[in-house]
Design a protein around this ligand. Structure first.
Ligand code: HH2
Length: 287
């Protein structure tokens, strides 16, 4: 397996080619979660100060995260939107410090104005869970030459669980991701990854159906973000989100075996170790 992410500006670890820089990796890699928020569902408030957040981001990269994903707004079910100025104040110093220390940084935002500021201080990738809900988002990424992760989230985090109705969840989610990918590529975004949005406007059954349908027919590298999410708690009876890392790993190994390019995780060290063993067992050339 080979995955590639293309950008028209330098990415740490990427090789330069005729029209930009390409980051390549050969088995499922980890996107480490860094929430600079007071209210994220499993780690809210833990990394809310800039210094703590930057230290944690560096430790995620040192533990083997290919990308560190910096977010300043919780998108848990029912979360109310954060003022963009507040979101910018939270993420800007953290993105700047991590990018300056050579970490590949994605900014987890639904807003083009936040993405633009983050890119301005060094963010390499935009992670848009809303799948281009902000009409300015593609122009920001295309102009800067920055890749984007397009996610699937019906409506907004505040209302998405009311929108958890599908005739065919797999067809509808993959159709929406294909459309978002096409829009982004047509606008000149250099590279698009797609994410089915586990837990975003979906029941446990919808999440399981999407995972069982991997590899999703989107024609883009797939990102899966199940870390500590509610359906793991519902299916295992583990109420505390920060005790769901074993269930998370099971989901992410399943996704890796079905071709996920990136898994978005809180427990980076655990994932890196488990994914390395999973790959050693599956890949004949690895031993
Ligand atoms: N999930 C969350 C946030 N960003 N990005 C991608 N690409 N995929 C996801 O599934 C995804 C995401 C929500 O999880 P978390 O960041 O842990 O919590 P919160 O939204 O409460 O900050």
């Amino acid at each position: 397996m080979t995955f590639a992410l293309h950008a028209r500006r330098p990415l740490p670890g990427a090789s330069a080619d005729a029209d930009g820089w390409t980051l390549r990796w050969t088995s499922t890699a980890v996107m480490g979660i860094l929430n600079v928020t007071p209210d994220s569902f499993s780690d809210g408030g833990r990394f809310a100060g800039t210094e703590l957040a930057v230290d944690h981001g560096r430790s995620l990269a040192a533990a083997g995260a290919l990308v560190v994903d910096v977010g300043g707004e919780s998108t848990r079910p029912g979360a109310e939107p954060v003022d963009p100025a507040v979101e910018i104040d939270r993420v800007r110093p953290v993105v700047a410090a991590l990018a300056a220390s050579g970490v590949v940084v994605s900014v987890d935002t639904r807003r083009a104005e936040v993405a633009a500021v983050a890119i301005g201080v060094g963010a390499h990738i935009v992670n848009d869970v809303s799948g281009l809900a902000d009409p300015e988002m593609v122009a920001v990424c295309a102009t800067a030459g920055v890749p984007i992760v397009v996610g699937h989230l019906p409506g907004t985090p505040a209302t998405m669980q009311e929108a958890a109705h599908y005739d065919d969840v797999v067809a509808e989610v993959t159709g929406a991701l294909r459309a978002a990918r096409d829009t982004a590529l047509a606008a000149g975004v250099p590279s698009v990854l797609a994410d089915p949005g586990i837990g975003f406007g979906k029941t446990s059954a919808h999440n399981i159906a999407l995972l069982r349908s991997m590899p999703l027919e989107v024609d883009a590298p797939i990102v899966v973000g199940a870390s500590r999410k509610g359906f793991i708690g519902r299916l295992t009876g583990v109420a505390e989100a920060d005790r769901r890392d074993p269930g998370t790993l099971a989901v992410h190994l399943f996704a890796a075996q079905r071709g996920a390019a990136l898994v978005r995780a809180h427990d980076v060290a655990g994932h890196v170790q488990a994914l390395a063993m999973d790959w050693a067992l599956r890949e004949p050339g690895s031993m």
